[in-house]
Structures are given as C-alpha cells and as structure tokens.
Design a protein around this ligand. Structure first.
Ligand code: NAP
Ligand code: GLV
Length: 321
C-alpha cells in the first residue's frame, strides 16, 4: 500500500522527525520562508497530512488546493495561524501541542518578569560598558516581587503555571479568565477579577490568552492608561493581543514602567523598530517553549497527532471538532 504523502513545511532536525520517515512519504519545504511555500504546490493535489509551524497560515485558499488533506498538525499550542472552521467544514482534523510546553513557557515568563522588574539587562549592560563605578545604595533599583500583585490574563495551563511561580514568590495573585478556576483559587489564593480591575491593580500584568477576535488588540491605549505607572506588562501570548504603537507610546510617556515581550506584532520585529531603543523594554524572539526537552516533546506530540489523523483515529490533542 502506498504511504500517505505528508508536507513538513520547513526543515527540522533529522533525529526529531525520524519516526515519521517509516510511516509516510515526506516532502520538506524550504527554511527561512514564512508560510507554506509555493514551491510545494506540485504536491498539494496528493498531500494527506500537513505538519505546520506557527508562522504558516492555513486558510480556505490553501485548503481548497488540497482535496485529500485529512490532518493539519501544528507544532504549537496556539492555533491562530489556522482557520479552524474551514478545516472543520472540510472534515480536516487540526492537532496542536498543549501541556508539554507549559512549564518551559512559564519559566520564560518568569525570566522576563524578573529581568524587567529588576532591570537586569540595563544593569548588566552598564557593568559591561564600564558604567559600574562606586557601589551606591540608590542605583539600579527595581521592584520587589514579594507582596506585589501579579495579574494573569488567561488562566489556562500556562497562566496557572505562572501563577504557581508567583505564589512561591509571595505575590498576591489576581486573574481574569472566561471561566472561574476554583482549584487555583484554593491552592494559590488567586482571586478572579474583571479585566479593568486586573489592569488597575497589577504590578505585573502577564498575558496568556490565545489570539482570537476577542483578544486581538485587547491591550490598547485605553487599557495601558488604566495601569499603574509603576507596572510592568509581560506578553507571552501573541503579538497582536497588544497594540504595538500604543505600547511604544505607553513606554515613552511613562504610562507604565516597562515591558517584557516574547511575542510582538509584527514578527520578527525589524531591527529598526522603536521598541528596541527603549531601555525599559526587553524583547526575546518568541522562545517561550525553546528548551531541548520541550521542543522534542512538542515534535513527538505533533507527530502523534499527525499519524492519528492520517489513520482516522482520534488525535491525542485536537483543536477543532
Ligand atoms: P489554555 O490552557 O487554553 O489557556 C488559555 C486561557 O485563556 C484559558 O484559560 C481561557 O479561558 C482563556 N481565555 C481565552 N479567551 C479569553 C478571553 N477572551 N478572555 C479571558 N480569558 C480568555 O492555553 P495555554 O496552553 O495556556 O496557552 C495560551 C496561549 O499562550 C496560546 O494560545 C499561545 O498563543 C500562547 N503561547 C505562547 C508561547 C510562546 O512561546 N510565547 C508558547 C506557548 C503558548 P477558559 O479556561 O475559560 O477557556
Ligand atoms: C507557541 O507560541 C505556541 O503557541 O506553542
């Protein structure tokens, strides 16, 4: 029997994708090209499985060219790059990778939160550039985490893992989410509050919602103006949840004290972007889940989703119905 044709949209380490090679005929797209590259078009008529990255857009126009497609397996928990409804209409299962990346992303959130709250990057840069001078009691002062209020927007798997770290640091935990999380409330003393309260009371506001029509542009000028001038914004969700130009204005005008961003709009953020010039903004290039262990686990889960979809079995983690 002929093995099903699968497109992996971009190259990945050979040993990560080795388990796929026995099961499918694999076509690999080019590196450093965002999206499903047109050079793969000759395979569209026959392809049954797509293994995508979060930088690949899967929409109606693409699906219409792939009549035999059974499954799209996204190497990410976020599925905002995929038109889920269009896939469902065509009976195409969409897989994603929740859970396996939760702790790694929460760790990076914490790294950004500590780095901006204590001004680690500016202090380290000053030391490296010979601006250390005599020790002073009033230099490089940061914000104490103990007793500060951590606001979580989106109390899902990652939001709760971040909240656990906050509780261990002795922080007061507030959250906003669509549904109440009684277990987190009992275990961490977390309190569910309206979005406006979260904005007003957080010393650190950490974003963990998916990108949806409801969350796009959520953190705009109006929201940023409600935050404390001493507060920090951490975006680990998706770039377009924050209105970039409004954030630049907020940081330049002192509406908030600083920001740590693992995701930006656009991505990649071009090197000439004003956000890079702001001393109170730290940007990492979307590396939330980037540990050796987690990226391997994500790949294993993405392959398991893909093979299940090709064989008509329920996906271990399906994002659409
Ligand atoms: P999750 O477990 O599904 O959590 C998402 C949470 O957001 C859920 O609690 C959900 O509420 C809540 N939510 C959704 N829409 C909302 C709204 N309009 N208002 C308030 N809350 C809302 O997913 P996760 O694994 O924690 O991942 C969350 C997101 O993080 C992903 O979608 C992705 O965009 C981002 N992410 C980024 C990185 C990175 O590298 N920076 C890595 C992984 C994930 P309910 O519980 O009530 O449904
Ligand atoms: C990464 O951003 C993910 O959604 O997994």
């Amino acid at each position: 029997m002929t093995k099903p044709l699968v497109i992996l949209t971009h190259p990945m380490p050979e040993d990560w994708i080795a388990p796929l090679k026995d099961e499918v005929r694999l076509v690999v797209g080019p590196a450093n090209v965002a999206g499903v590259d047109p050079s793969l078009r000759p395979y569209f008529a026959e392809v049954e499985g797509l293994l995508t990255w979060l930088t690949d857009r899967v929409d109606e126009a693409l699906l219409a060219q792939m009549p035999r497609l059974k499954v799209v397996s996204n190497l990410a928990v976020g599925v905002d790059n995929i038109d889920l409804e269009a896939c469902s209409r065509r009976g195409i299962a969409v897989g994603h990778t929740p859970g396996v990346l939760t702790e790694a992303v929460a760790d990076l959130t914490w790294a950004l939160l500590l780095a901006v709250g204590r001004g680690i990057f500016t202090a380290a840069e000053d030391a490296r550039r010979g601006r250390w001078g005599l020790w002073r009691p009033d230099a490089w002062l940061g914000t104490e985490l103990h007793g500060a209020t951590l606001g979580i927007m989106g109390m899902g798997q990652i939001g709760q893992a971040v909240a656990r770290r906050g509780a261990a640091f002795g922080m007061r935990i507030l959250y906003t989410s669509r549904t109440a999380k009684p277990e987190a409330e009992a275990a961490l003393g977390a309190q569910r509050v309206p979005w406006e309260t979260l904005l007003r009371e957080s010393d650190f506001l950490s974003l963990h919602v998916p990108l949806t029509p409801q969350t796009r542009g959520l953190v705009n000028a109006e929201a940023l103006r409600q935050m404390k001038p001493s507060a920090y914004l951490i975006n680990m969700a998706r770039g377009p949840v924050v209105v970039t130009d409004d954030l630049v204005q907020a940081l330049e005008s002192g509406w908030i004290a600083g920001a740590g961003l693992d995701v930006t709009d656009p991505e990649p953020l071009p090197p000439e972007h004003p956000l890079y010039r702001l001393p109170n903004c730290l940007i990492t290039p979307h590396i939330g889940s980037a540990t050796h262990t987690t990226r391997r686990r994500m790949t294993e889960l993405a392959i398991a989703n893909l093979l299940a979809g090709l064989q008509g079995r329920p996906l271990p983690h399906q994002a659409n119905r």
